[in-house]
Design a protein around this ligand. Structure first.
Ligand code: TPP
Length: 622
């Protein structure tokens, strides 16, 4: 095994090209062994094994800086840079992060997780280097999906203008999570087919020329015919026109080719360069090559068959997607918008059934929100399905393009709360604090499949302003969920789930089940609990809440979000002043970035699990 000898980057640089090829196979197997057991971003990482090897082989890392966009494709990079054994702990509680982390290694140049940041980072690092009169290389690795993000364009604009020495590796696998979309993606495809076309053109001209007598005439006709495709002959002209030298396309699985082009480009010390590298998502593992979307991010699976080991029942995302698709069948004004997350947010059914009203805008959350605002202004009912963490990108759009005009867009905020192993860049802990402070927004939170269905039904008919529905990652309680069984939902009304005179728990969403566990624990101590499902975070049912507090005397609030600026503090500041002392505490996540781990590990660490909360309540009630 060559991999066993790779304890750091120096060991890699001693290998021959043949050995590098063998190493690529071993790294793939190792990634598969580990990720099939615990889950992770598999397909993207398998696609860049040769690229990672070649980059670290040619460039003088960590002095030269490699910046991975999103960072989900960093597994080979981690294995090669001294973290081979630690890789077994990746994405697990207190183990390696699934993304680059500067605190983990000097080879990780920046903390990432959200897309389209690498070019801004490369631009900043290159300018920093030049101001400091240093001479190392700065290399950004960006996927064709991430290149659809607005930030990437903003950075290209500056990079082309300033002309610092920057190397951009465009890792083109024609996929974002799903098949990539948009005009730029089509342009990249034209480059690839253009080079194929060039090869065909050259070959056919050579053959025709050799035909006796008529050969020259046919050659001239063909020449004219091919001439009409001139734009294809100069690949990457778009980048060249922006002042960025284009190289490629290069086969990203041919190590010798990669080494050659990297050596060549490394020697050009001036100006920005882009190397267009073609890779296959899931390379080397047939199930992932066949189903790159499913294997983009996957839970534990059987390595031999590729079949998932997860117990799947209906998730909140699936319920949201199905409900929206069903409503859109009979309501021609409903439009669905996603920023490259149609699988994750369950919108594929909508796309199949109402393709003309389905819009994947690329990794462009800001555009998604403003685009939806325009649709709402035209009388449509745009639903933007978006993960809580990625909605953070569009805060100004929510205020400036939606809130101020009170436009009736509908946000389906998926993965709200702690998301688990993707960690601090991906937890959806800030959405309540953001949205509840934007005037005009109605903010809802279901605790079951049927509540989500009814809230979406409500949102589809509500035209007085924007509505946001936040729901967690994972399976929903769906025992009472039937598609189409819509019941009237009225926002701004709490729901008492249990009656008990000693304590009230005000909660919502997935924390309702935790409240029931607390109730059971307290009952052992003869404390009877009223559980209140808020359902609506804004506008708050202040009167209803005050009535409950008046009845129980003391209460807590409990949420899967940050405490500061969250629903609990909102209750605290909204109820009549004399009642405030009755709130024992507001439970949720503290003013810290929450690391990676399973949901239950994180709830426990931060004292938001039933055991810790029951103990804390008992202590305070005494
Ligand atoms: C701002 C933001 N939106 C959405 C995502 C979710 N996401 C993670 S990877 C990915 C696709 C990236 O595509 P590409 O850059 O081509 O990399 P590939 O996975 O194809 O290697 C998306 C949409 C994200 N990480 N950040």
């Amino acid at each position: 095994m060559i991999l066993e000898r790779i304890n750091g980057i120096r060991d890699l640089r001693k290998l021959s090209i043949d050995e590098l090829n063998t190493l690529a196979g071993e790294v793939r197997e190792y990634i598969l062994d580990v990720i099939s057991g615990i889950g992770g971003h598999l397909a993207s990482s398998l696609g860049v094994v040769e690229l990672s090897i070649a980059l670290h082989y040619v460039f003088n890392t960590p002095r030269d800086k490699i910046i991975w966009d999103v960072g989900h494709q960093c597994y080979a990079h981690k294995i090669l840079t001294g973290r081979r054994e630690a890789f077994r702990t990746i994405r697990q509680y207190k183990g390696l992060s699934g993304f680059p982390k500067i605190c983990e290694s000097e080879f990780d140049t920046f903390d990432v997780g959200h897309s389209s940041t690498s070019l801004s980072l490369a631009c900043g690092m290159a300018i920093g280097r030049d101001l400091d009169k240093k001479s190392h290389k700065v290399i950004a690795v960006i996927g064709d999906g991430s290149l659809t993000g607005g930030m990437a364009f903003e950075a290209l604009n500056q990079i082309g203008h300033l002309q610092n020495d920057i190397i951009i590796i465009l890792n083109d696998n024609e996929h974002s999570i799903s098949q990539n979309v948009g005009a730029l993606s089509m342009y990249l495809t034209r480059i690839i087919s253009g080079t194929m076309y060039n090869r065909i053109r050259r070959k056919s001209m050579e053959i025709v020329k050799r035909i006796p007598k008529v050969g020259t005439i046919i050659f001239q006709l063909l020449y004219r015919f091919f001439g009409s495709f001139k734009s294809m002959i100069v690949p990457g002209q778009l980048f060249e026109d922006m002042g960025i030298r284009y190289f490629g396309p290069i086969n990203g699985h041919d190590i010798a080719q990669l080494l050659e082009i990297f050596e060549r480009v490394k020697r050009i010390n001036q100006g920005p360069k882009i190397i267009h590298v073609l890779t296959k998502k899931g390379k080397g593992y047939l199930p992932a090559e066949m189903k790159p979307v499913q294997f983009h991010g996957i839970g534990p699976f059987d390595k031999a068959t590729g079949i998932s080991r997860e117990n799947k029942s209906l998730s909140y995302s699936e319920i949201a997607g199905r409900t929206l698709a069903h409503l859109a069948d009979t309501d021609a004004k409903i439009v669905a918008v996603t920023a490259a997350m149609k699988q994750g947010t369950g919108l594929f059914e909508f796309e199949n059934r109402s393709p003309e009203r389905f819009f994947d805008v690329g990794i462009a959350e800001q555009h998604a929100v403003t685009f939806a605002g325009a649709l709402a202004a035209c009388g449509f009912k745009p639903f933007v399905s978006i993960y809580s963490t990625f909605l953070q990108r569009a805060v100004d759009q929510l205020i400036h393009d939606i809130g101020i005009m009170n436009l009736p867009i509908k946000l389906l905020i998926d993965r709200a709360g702690v998301v688990g192993q993707d960690g601090e860049t991906h937890h959806g802990l800030f959405d309540i604090a953001i949205l509840k402070n934007i005037p005009n927004f109605v903010l809802l939170a279901p605790s079951s499949g049927e509540e989500l269905r009814d809230m979406i039904f409500f949102a589809s008919r509500y035209d007085r302003g924007p509505v946001a529905i936040r729901y967690p990652r994972g399976n929903a309680d769906s025992k009472n969920f039937r598609i189409g069984d819509y019941r009237k939902f009225r926002p701004g009304k709490i729901k008492r789930l249990t009656a008990g005179g000693d304590l009230a728990i005000f909660t919502f969403g997935d924390m309702v089940s935790v409240a029931f566990q607390i109730r059971d624990k307290l009952l052992e101590k003869r404390i009877r609990t009223t559980i209140v499902n808020l359902l609506t975070i804004k506008p708050l049912d202040v009167k209803g809440i005050e009535r409950v507090i008046g009845g129980t005397g003391c209460c807590i609030t409990l949420e899967n979000g940050i405490i500061s600026g969250g629903a609990g503090e909102y209750i605290l500041s909204s109820i009549a002043a004399p009642l405030r002392k009755n709130i024992l505490f507001c439970a949720g996540f503290p003013d810290r970035f929450i690391p990676h781990g399973t949901g239950s590990e994180l709830f426990k660490e931060f004292g938001v699990d039933a055991d810790s909360l029951a103990r804390r309540i008992l202590k305070q009630m005494k």
